[in-house]
Each structure stands twice: as structure tokens, then as C-alpha cells.
Design a protein around this ligand. Structure first.
Ligand code: MN
Length: 256
């Protein structure tokens, strides 16, 4: 290959990579671009898509009572989460993100290139949309499907051991943040936590992987009912997990 061909090939790969990014392509096109950024992108490819706008809650404010009271849900969704969505809209405009071309999950993968406002609100918006969806509506099952249970048992020893590890991550996150179950690039399930509104899809995050389950441990998520008793909120929260959704996320993470 002569120099100009090499250059053309580089240009081709660059263009294809960007187009793939926009189209959500992964395994077939992108492994040729074996950069850290590309690996991050492939990881994001299997992550749940979250729109830049706030979606309606998938259930009523009171649905998760008595675990999460209606007033907490209303303030959390209408005030806190809405503010993240609004501030994110400002940030993408100010920083020239083409939201038609780049999905939020991919933007999070290169969040280090943007402002603190983008990081806090991009993460804040993604995390909350993800959180609402992962909790149950009355018709959904609240125990893991056999498929997922098998993988959880493989990676944590037992479902109880997994719950303990996740609960500990949530309890021990100092200040505000999130606990997560993620699927890592080497296809293992791992539990961890992130500070503030950081997220495992972010290039700046110590915990990296495709999020399957997330728990908000900011005080605004539980203070009206539980005050300083974060462990009580965490223990009660388990009964709200919509395992059907977590199973779907696991399957999508596997496919892409
Ligand atoms: Mn919150």
C-alpha cells in the first residue's frame, strides 16, 4: 500500500467510524479502529438509549408506595430530574452538540471533552431516565429471570451475595451518587458506585461498563420518607426493581 492509499484508508476508517457511531453500528465495522475511544464507543453501543428530552414517567407518582412516597417521586421527577434535562438542553446548544447525530450514551463516552455543566446534567438526565425505567409497574415481576439469575450467580456466588455487594456500594458511597450493576467489556457483571451524577458510560468514570441497574442515593431521592436512614431506603428499594427491564438491558448489552 503506498502512502496515498494509506491516507485514504485512514480517512475511510475515520469517516466510517463516525458514521458507525451515528448509526449505532459496532462489531462489524469498528474493531478495525482499535483505539481506546473506539472501545469506549463499542461499550456504549450496547447501552440503553436515552433521549435528550425527559420522557413521561412510566407509572404514576404513587405507584412505588410505600417504598417511595408519591411526593418524593413528584418532586424528584418534576423538579430535580426536569432541571437536569433543561440544563442539558442548554449545554448541548451552547457547546454545539448535534443531538440528531449523536446519541446521549455516546456523548457520555467522551464527556471529558465538555464542560462540567454537560457532565453533571448529561449524567443527571441519563441516570434519572434510566432509574425510572428500572423500577416496576404493578404488573411486572420483581424477581430476576432464570437467565439473569444464572449470570448473577456465576459472577457473585449467589443472588443474596450480589444484593449485599450492591447495597454496600450504595450505602458506602460518600455524599451523593449512584450504585450500579454493570456489564464490563469482558462480559462480567460488576457492582460499583459513581460520585455526583457520573455514570459508568463516561470516559472519566473509574467504574466502566454498560449499566444494567442503577440506584440513586442522593438525599433528594429518599429524605422526605427516610431522612438520614439511607440503608432503610436501599433495603426497601429492592422490591421496586423491574427485573424484566434489567433482563432486557442485559440481552441488549450482549447483542451489540
Ligand atoms: Mn435523583
Amino acid at each position: 500500500m503506498d502512502t496515498s492509499n494509506k491516507k485514504n484508508r485512514r480517512e475511510f476508517l475515520k469517516t466510517t467510524g463516525k458514521a458507525g457511531l451515528a448509526a449505532g453500528l459496532s462489531a462489524t465495522v469498528l474493531p478495525v479502529l482499535a483505539s481506546v475511544q473506539t472501545k469506549q464507543f463499542i461499550a456504549s453501543g450496547g447501552a440503553e438509549d436515552v433521549l435528550y428530552i425527559q420522557r413521561p414517567l412510566p407509572y404514576a407518582f404513587k405507584t412505588l408506595e410505600p417504598v417511595i412516597d408519591a411526593m418524593t417521586m413528584e418532586i424528584h421527577y418534576m423538579k430535580h430530574a426536569a432541571a437536569y434535562a433543561n440544563n442539558l438542553a442548554d449545554a448541548v446548544k451552547a457547546e454545539g452538540v448535534d443531538t440528531e447525530k449523536e446519541q446521549l450514551r455516546f456523548l457520555l463516552g467522551r464527556i471529558s471533552k465538555f464542560s462540567a455543566k454537560m457532565r453533571n446534567n448529561g449524567g443527571g438526565h441519563y441516570n434519572h431516565e434510566f432509574f425510572w425505567k428500572g423500577m416496576t409497574s404493578p404488573v411486572d415481576s420483581n424477581s430476576p429471570s432464570p437467565d439473569l439469575l444464572k449470570v448473577i450467580t456465576r459472577d457473585f456466588g449467589s443472588f443474596e451475595a450480589f444484593k449485599t455487594q450492591f447495597s454496600d456500594a450504595a450505602k458506602n458511597r460518600f455524599g451523593s451518587g449512584w450504585a450500579w450493576l454493570v456489564k464490563t467489556a469482558d462480559k462480567k457483571l460488576v457492582v460499583g458506585s459513581t460520585p455526583n451524577q457520573d455514570n459508568p458510560l463516561m470516559d472519566v468514570s473509574d467504574l466502566k461498563g454498560i449499566p444494567l441497574l442503577g440506584l440513586d442515593v442522593w438525599e433528594h431521592a429518599y429524605y422526605l420518607k427516610y431522612q438520614n436512614r439511607r440503608p432503610d431506603y436501599i433495603n426497601a428499594w429492592w422490591s421496586t426493581v423491574n427485573w424484566k427491564i434489567i433482563q432486557q438491558r442485559y440481552e441488549i448489552a450482549d447483542m451489540k
